[in-house]
Ligand binder design. Structure first.
Ligand code: SAM
Length: 329
Protein backbone atom coordinates (compact mmCIF):
# COMPACT_ATOMS: atom_id res chain seq x y z
CA UNK A 1 0.00 0.00 0.00
CA UNK A 2 1.28 3.50 -0.83
CA UNK A 3 2.25 5.28 2.40
CA UNK A 4 1.35 8.76 1.29
CA UNK A 5 -1.64 7.91 -0.89
CA UNK A 6 -2.93 4.80 0.92
CA UNK A 7 -6.46 6.11 1.42
CA UNK A 8 -6.81 7.31 -2.18
CA UNK A 9 -5.42 3.99 -3.37
CA UNK A 10 -7.94 2.02 -1.31
CA UNK A 11 -10.76 4.23 -2.54
CA UNK A 12 -9.69 4.16 -6.20
CA UNK A 13 -9.37 0.38 -6.31
CA UNK A 14 -12.90 -0.21 -5.01
CA UNK A 15 -14.38 2.60 -7.13
CA UNK A 16 -15.41 4.78 -4.21
CA UNK A 17 -17.32 7.84 -5.49
CA UNK A 18 -14.75 10.25 -6.92
CA UNK A 19 -16.38 13.31 -5.35
CA UNK A 20 -16.09 11.75 -1.88
CA UNK A 21 -12.45 10.63 -2.14
CA UNK A 22 -9.75 11.75 0.31
CA UNK A 23 -8.42 14.48 -2.02
CA UNK A 24 -7.36 16.48 1.04
CA UNK A 25 -4.46 14.02 1.39
CA UNK A 26 -3.05 15.46 -1.86
CA UNK A 27 -0.93 18.43 -0.78
CA UNK A 28 -0.46 20.84 -3.67
CA UNK A 29 1.67 21.57 -5.53
CA UNK A 30 2.63 17.98 -6.30
CA UNK A 31 6.22 17.39 -7.27
CA UNK A 32 6.98 15.27 -10.34
CA UNK A 33 7.84 12.33 -8.03
CA UNK A 34 4.67 12.76 -6.00
CA UNK A 35 2.53 12.71 -9.14
CA UNK A 36 4.35 9.56 -10.21
CA UNK A 37 3.75 7.98 -6.79
CA UNK A 38 0.05 8.88 -6.87
CA UNK A 39 -0.40 7.40 -10.33
CA UNK A 40 1.50 4.24 -9.36
CA UNK A 41 -0.70 3.88 -6.28
CA UNK A 42 -3.94 4.12 -8.27
CA UNK A 43 -4.17 3.62 -12.06
CA UNK A 44 -0.75 1.98 -12.21
CA UNK A 45 -1.40 -0.39 -9.30
CA UNK A 46 -0.66 -4.00 -10.32
CA UNK A 47 -4.20 -5.08 -9.38
CA UNK A 48 -5.70 -2.45 -11.66
CA UNK A 49 -3.31 -3.30 -14.47
CA UNK A 50 -4.34 -6.95 -14.33
CA UNK A 51 -8.01 -6.52 -13.47
CA UNK A 52 -9.07 -2.98 -14.43
CA UNK A 53 -11.78 -0.97 -12.74
CA UNK A 54 -14.64 0.39 -14.82
CA UNK A 55 -13.43 2.71 -17.57
CA UNK A 56 -15.99 5.40 -16.76
CA UNK A 57 -14.68 5.40 -13.18
CA UNK A 58 -11.05 5.70 -14.31
CA UNK A 59 -12.06 8.57 -16.54
CA UNK A 60 -13.87 10.40 -13.70
CA UNK A 61 -10.89 9.86 -11.37
CA UNK A 62 -8.37 11.23 -13.88
CA UNK A 63 -10.55 14.21 -14.74
CA UNK A 64 -10.82 15.09 -11.05
CA UNK A 65 -7.04 14.77 -10.70
CA UNK A 66 -6.44 16.99 -13.74
CA UNK A 67 -8.81 19.53 -12.25
CA UNK A 68 -6.82 19.45 -9.00
CA UNK A 69 -3.56 19.97 -10.88
CA UNK A 70 -4.93 22.68 -13.19
CA UNK A 71 -2.77 25.44 -11.70
CA UNK A 72 0.44 23.42 -11.88
CA UNK A 73 2.83 24.02 -14.72
CA UNK A 74 4.13 20.45 -14.76
CA UNK A 75 1.63 17.66 -15.02
CA UNK A 76 3.30 14.27 -15.14
CA UNK A 77 3.19 12.35 -18.42
CA UNK A 78 1.65 9.40 -16.55
CA UNK A 79 -1.53 11.38 -15.93
CA UNK A 80 -1.93 12.23 -19.63
CA UNK A 81 -0.90 8.82 -20.84
CA UNK A 82 -3.37 7.12 -18.51
CA UNK A 83 -6.11 9.42 -19.66
CA UNK A 84 -5.34 8.76 -23.32
CA UNK A 85 -4.16 5.15 -23.36
CA UNK A 86 -6.06 3.46 -20.53
CA UNK A 87 -9.35 4.98 -21.64
CA UNK A 88 -8.82 3.16 -24.88
CA UNK A 89 -8.21 -0.24 -23.32
CA UNK A 90 -10.14 -0.71 -20.04
CA UNK A 91 -13.71 -1.98 -19.86
CA UNK A 92 -15.83 0.69 -21.54
CA UNK A 93 -19.18 2.04 -20.49
CA UNK A 94 -20.78 -0.51 -22.83
CA UNK A 95 -19.06 -3.34 -20.95
CA UNK A 96 -21.34 -4.68 -18.27
CA UNK A 97 -18.65 -6.05 -15.94
CA UNK A 98 -15.45 -4.66 -14.44
CA UNK A 99 -13.34 -5.29 -11.36
CA UNK A 100 -13.23 -3.86 -7.86
CA UNK A 101 -10.46 -4.48 -5.34
CA UNK A 102 -11.23 -4.26 -1.66
CA UNK A 103 -8.02 -3.60 0.31
CA UNK A 104 -8.42 -4.49 3.97
CA UNK A 105 -4.91 -4.11 5.27
CA UNK A 106 -1.39 -5.31 4.57
CA UNK A 107 -1.54 -8.40 2.37
CA UNK A 108 -5.33 -8.76 2.59
CA UNK A 109 -7.53 -7.84 -0.31
CA UNK A 110 -10.43 -9.21 -2.31
CA UNK A 111 -10.78 -8.77 -6.05
CA UNK A 112 -14.30 -9.14 -7.40
CA UNK A 113 -15.69 -9.06 -10.89
CA UNK A 114 -18.95 -7.15 -10.57
CA UNK A 115 -21.69 -5.87 -12.79
CA UNK A 116 -21.61 -2.16 -13.58
CA UNK A 117 -25.38 -2.01 -13.05
CA UNK A 118 -27.27 -2.37 -9.79
CA UNK A 119 -29.83 -4.58 -11.47
CA UNK A 120 -28.93 -6.89 -14.33
CA UNK A 121 -29.74 -10.39 -15.56
CA UNK A 122 -32.89 -10.30 -13.41
CA UNK A 123 -31.07 -9.88 -10.09
CA UNK A 124 -29.68 -7.24 -7.77
CA UNK A 125 -26.88 -9.57 -6.69
CA UNK A 126 -24.19 -9.07 -9.35
CA UNK A 127 -22.57 -6.19 -7.47
CA UNK A 128 -21.62 -5.68 -3.83
CA UNK A 129 -24.00 -3.67 -1.65
CA UNK A 130 -23.28 -1.48 1.34
CA UNK A 131 -24.89 -3.98 3.76
CA UNK A 132 -22.41 -6.69 2.73
CA UNK A 133 -19.51 -4.32 3.43
CA UNK A 134 -21.05 -3.40 6.79
CA UNK A 135 -21.52 -7.04 7.77
CA UNK A 136 -17.98 -7.83 6.62
CA UNK A 137 -16.77 -4.99 8.83
CA UNK A 138 -18.78 -6.28 11.76
CA UNK A 139 -17.37 -9.79 11.36
CA UNK A 140 -13.82 -8.44 11.16
CA UNK A 141 -14.41 -6.51 14.37
CA UNK A 142 -15.96 -9.55 16.10
CA UNK A 143 -14.02 -12.54 14.75
CA UNK A 144 -15.25 -14.75 17.64
CA UNK A 145 -18.66 -14.76 15.97
CA UNK A 146 -17.30 -16.80 13.06
CA UNK A 147 -14.30 -18.70 14.47
CA UNK A 148 -14.77 -22.46 14.06
CA UNK A 149 -18.30 -22.01 12.68
CA UNK A 150 -19.73 -23.61 9.55
CA UNK A 151 -21.36 -20.75 7.71
CA UNK A 152 -24.09 -20.54 5.08
CA UNK A 153 -24.76 -17.21 3.42
CA UNK A 154 -28.19 -16.58 1.91
CA UNK A 155 -28.52 -14.22 -1.08
CA UNK A 156 -24.73 -13.93 -1.29
CA UNK A 157 -24.69 -12.01 -4.59
CA UNK A 158 -21.14 -11.43 -5.87
CA UNK A 159 -19.56 -13.30 -2.94
CA UNK A 160 -17.57 -10.72 -0.95
CA UNK A 161 -18.53 -11.93 2.53
CA UNK A 162 -17.86 -15.63 2.06
CA UNK A 163 -14.60 -14.98 0.24
CA UNK A 164 -13.51 -12.73 3.10
CA UNK A 165 -14.30 -15.45 5.68
CA UNK A 166 -11.84 -17.84 4.03
CA UNK A 167 -9.11 -15.38 3.12
CA UNK A 168 -5.89 -16.83 4.59
CA UNK A 169 -4.40 -13.40 5.31
CA UNK A 170 -7.26 -12.62 7.70
CA UNK A 171 -6.79 -15.84 9.73
CA UNK A 172 -10.45 -15.97 10.76
CA UNK A 173 -10.32 -19.78 11.17
CA UNK A 174 -13.87 -20.27 9.95
CA UNK A 175 -15.17 -23.81 9.26
CA UNK A 176 -16.92 -24.63 5.99
CA UNK A 177 -18.36 -21.69 4.09
CA UNK A 178 -21.22 -22.15 1.65
CA UNK A 179 -22.34 -19.17 -0.40
CA UNK A 180 -25.82 -19.48 -1.82
CA UNK A 181 -28.06 -17.42 -4.03
CA UNK A 182 -31.28 -18.10 -5.90
CA UNK A 183 -29.95 -16.48 -9.06
CA UNK A 184 -27.91 -18.66 -11.38
CA UNK A 185 -25.85 -15.72 -12.79
CA UNK A 186 -24.92 -14.84 -9.18
CA UNK A 187 -23.74 -18.38 -8.49
CA UNK A 188 -21.64 -18.36 -11.66
CA UNK A 189 -20.17 -14.99 -10.71
CA UNK A 190 -19.44 -16.15 -7.14
CA UNK A 191 -17.63 -19.21 -8.48
CA UNK A 192 -15.62 -17.00 -10.80
CA UNK A 193 -14.78 -14.66 -7.93
CA UNK A 194 -13.81 -17.54 -5.65
CA UNK A 195 -11.43 -18.82 -8.35
CA UNK A 196 -10.05 -15.30 -8.81
CA UNK A 197 -9.18 -14.96 -5.14
CA UNK A 198 -8.05 -18.48 -4.36
CA UNK A 199 -6.60 -19.86 -7.61
CA UNK A 200 -4.96 -16.86 -9.26
CA UNK A 201 -1.23 -17.16 -8.57
CA UNK A 202 -0.44 -13.50 -9.22
CA UNK A 203 -3.20 -12.33 -6.91
CA UNK A 204 -2.07 -14.84 -4.30
CA UNK A 205 1.41 -13.37 -4.43
CA UNK A 206 -0.06 -9.92 -3.97
CA UNK A 207 -1.68 -11.34 -0.86
CA UNK A 208 1.67 -12.79 0.27
CA UNK A 209 0.19 -16.28 0.39
CA UNK A 210 2.55 -18.05 -2.02
CA UNK A 211 2.82 -21.85 -1.86
CA UNK A 212 0.60 -22.66 1.12
CA UNK A 213 -2.22 -21.09 -0.89
CA UNK A 214 -2.73 -24.48 -2.52
CA UNK A 215 -3.78 -25.96 0.84
CA UNK A 216 -6.44 -23.40 1.60
CA UNK A 217 -10.03 -24.63 1.85
CA UNK A 218 -12.12 -22.40 -0.37
CA UNK A 219 -15.70 -21.30 0.08
CA UNK A 220 -18.23 -23.14 -2.06
CA UNK A 221 -21.05 -21.58 -4.05
CA UNK A 222 -24.37 -23.28 -4.82
CA UNK A 223 -27.74 -22.20 -6.12
CA UNK A 224 -30.35 -22.08 -3.38
CA UNK A 225 -33.75 -20.50 -3.69
CA UNK A 226 -35.29 -19.89 -0.27
CA UNK A 227 -38.47 -21.55 -1.50
CA UNK A 228 -36.73 -24.85 -2.10
CA UNK A 229 -34.39 -24.98 0.89
CA UNK A 230 -35.66 -28.43 1.95
CA UNK A 231 -34.73 -29.90 -1.44
CA UNK A 232 -31.08 -28.84 -1.17
CA UNK A 233 -28.59 -31.71 -0.60
CA UNK A 234 -27.64 -30.60 2.93
CA UNK A 235 -26.17 -33.98 3.78
CA UNK A 236 -23.22 -33.13 1.50
CA UNK A 237 -22.41 -30.14 3.74
CA UNK A 238 -21.47 -29.65 7.37
CA UNK A 239 -24.19 -28.77 9.87
CA UNK A 240 -24.76 -25.01 9.76
CA UNK A 241 -23.75 -23.02 12.86
CA UNK A 242 -24.17 -19.53 11.47
CA UNK A 243 -26.35 -17.99 8.77
CA UNK A 244 -25.34 -14.68 7.21
CA UNK A 245 -27.45 -12.50 4.95
CA UNK A 246 -26.88 -8.97 3.69
CA UNK A 247 -29.41 -6.75 1.98
CA UNK A 248 -32.08 -9.37 1.47
CA UNK A 249 -34.94 -7.46 3.19
CA UNK A 250 -36.13 -5.14 0.46
CA UNK A 251 -38.94 -7.03 -1.22
CA UNK A 252 -41.79 -8.08 1.05
CA UNK A 253 -43.01 -10.58 -1.54
CA UNK A 254 -39.93 -12.66 -0.56
CA UNK A 255 -40.55 -12.54 3.22
CA UNK A 256 -42.50 -15.80 3.40
CA UNK A 257 -39.82 -17.62 1.42
CA UNK A 258 -37.02 -16.23 3.61
CA UNK A 259 -38.89 -16.97 6.84
CA UNK A 260 -39.62 -20.48 5.54
CA UNK A 261 -35.89 -20.97 4.90
CA UNK A 262 -35.02 -19.71 8.40
CA UNK A 263 -37.63 -22.03 9.94
CA UNK A 264 -36.10 -24.95 8.06
CA UNK A 265 -32.58 -24.19 9.36
CA UNK A 266 -33.68 -23.53 12.96
CA UNK A 267 -35.79 -26.68 13.06
CA UNK A 268 -32.76 -28.72 11.92
CA UNK A 269 -30.31 -27.05 14.29
CA UNK A 270 -32.54 -25.98 17.17
CA UNK A 271 -30.76 -23.57 19.51
CA UNK A 272 -27.40 -24.23 17.83
CA UNK A 273 -27.90 -21.62 15.15
CA UNK A 274 -27.45 -17.87 14.98
CA UNK A 275 -28.26 -15.60 12.03
CA UNK A 276 -26.58 -12.26 11.40
CA UNK A 277 -28.69 -10.15 9.11
CA UNK A 278 -27.53 -6.79 7.73
CA UNK A 279 -30.06 -4.48 6.11
CA UNK A 280 -29.67 -1.07 4.58
CA UNK A 281 -32.38 1.13 6.05
CA UNK A 282 -34.15 2.31 2.88
CA UNK A 283 -37.75 1.81 3.89
CA UNK A 284 -38.33 1.62 7.63
CA UNK A 285 -41.81 0.12 7.16
CA UNK A 286 -40.44 -2.80 5.16
CA UNK A 287 -37.88 -3.57 7.87
CA UNK A 288 -40.48 -3.25 10.65
CA UNK A 289 -42.76 -5.60 8.77
CA UNK A 290 -40.01 -8.22 8.61
CA UNK A 291 -39.11 -7.75 12.30
CA UNK A 292 -42.77 -8.25 13.22
CA UNK A 293 -42.82 -11.46 11.18
CA UNK A 294 -39.69 -12.68 13.00
CA UNK A 295 -41.49 -12.13 16.32
CA UNK A 296 -44.57 -14.03 15.11
CA UNK A 297 -42.31 -16.93 14.07
CA UNK A 298 -40.85 -17.10 17.59
CA UNK A 299 -37.43 -15.53 16.97
CA UNK A 300 -35.56 -13.37 19.42
CA UNK A 301 -33.94 -10.39 17.72
CA UNK A 302 -30.96 -8.56 19.23
CA UNK A 303 -29.66 -5.42 17.53
CA UNK A 304 -25.89 -5.48 17.00
CA UNK A 305 -23.55 -2.52 17.08
CA UNK A 306 -24.32 0.78 15.43
CA UNK A 307 -22.34 -0.06 12.33
CA UNK A 308 -21.97 3.43 10.96
CA UNK A 309 -20.04 4.28 14.14
CA UNK A 310 -17.56 1.40 13.67
CA UNK A 311 -14.12 2.00 12.28
CA UNK A 312 -14.40 0.63 8.77
CA UNK A 313 -12.04 -1.76 6.99
CA UNK A 314 -13.80 -0.82 3.78
CA UNK A 315 -14.53 2.40 1.96
CA UNK A 316 -18.14 2.92 2.89
CA UNK A 317 -19.72 6.28 2.42
CA UNK A 318 -22.12 5.81 5.39
CA UNK A 319 -24.88 7.76 3.64
CA UNK A 320 -27.32 4.93 4.24
CA UNK A 321 -27.57 3.48 7.73
CA UNK A 322 -27.12 -0.27 7.93
CA UNK A 323 -28.83 -2.22 10.67
CA UNK A 324 -27.32 -5.50 11.81
CA UNK A 325 -29.33 -7.88 13.95
CA UNK A 326 -28.67 -11.24 15.54
CA UNK A 327 -31.53 -13.72 15.27
CA UNK A 328 -31.93 -16.69 17.63
CA UNK A 329 -34.76 -18.98 18.63
C1 SAM B 1 -29.44 -6.77 -2.93
S1 SAM B 1 -28.73 -8.28 -3.34
C2 SAM B 1 -27.55 -8.47 -2.03
C3 SAM B 1 -26.35 -9.28 -2.47
C4 SAM B 1 -25.28 -9.37 -1.41
N1 SAM B 1 -25.76 -10.04 -0.24
C5 SAM B 1 -24.78 -8.00 -1.04
O1 SAM B 1 -25.23 -7.45 -0.02
O2 SAM B 1 -23.93 -7.45 -1.78
C6 SAM B 1 -29.99 -9.49 -2.87
C7 SAM B 1 -29.63 -10.91 -3.23
O3 SAM B 1 -30.64 -11.81 -2.73
C8 SAM B 1 -30.90 -12.78 -3.73
N2 SAM B 1 -32.29 -13.28 -3.55
C9 SAM B 1 -33.43 -12.54 -3.62
N3 SAM B 1 -34.50 -13.34 -3.45
C10 SAM B 1 -34.03 -14.60 -3.27
C11 SAM B 1 -34.65 -15.87 -3.05
N4 SAM B 1 -35.98 -16.00 -2.98
N5 SAM B 1 -33.85 -16.96 -2.89
C12 SAM B 1 -32.51 -16.82 -2.94
N6 SAM B 1 -31.86 -15.66 -3.17
C13 SAM B 1 -32.61 -14.56 -3.33
C14 SAM B 1 -30.72 -12.04 -5.04
O4 SAM B 1 -30.47 -12.91 -6.14
C15 SAM B 1 -29.53 -11.15 -4.73
O5 SAM B 1 -28.32 -11.78 -5.03
Amino acid sequence: MSEKYGKLQQQFLCCYPVNKMAWSTVKLPLSWEEQQELMAATCGHPLNRRYPVRRSYLEAFLKQLMHLLKDQEDVHDDVYSNLCVRMGEGPGSGTSYAYKHYLMGPGAHITLRESNSFVSEGTTGLCTWEAALALADYVLQHPDLVRGKNVVELGAGAGLLGILLKLPALELKVGQVLLTDGSEPCVQLMRENIALNFNDKELAQEQEQEEEQQEVEKPQAEQLDWDSVSEFPWKCHAETDLLLAADVIYDDSQFDALLGALDYFYTRRGGQLETLLASTVRNVDTLHKFMAQLGIHGYKVTPCANVSACASHFCRDHTAAVQIISIRR
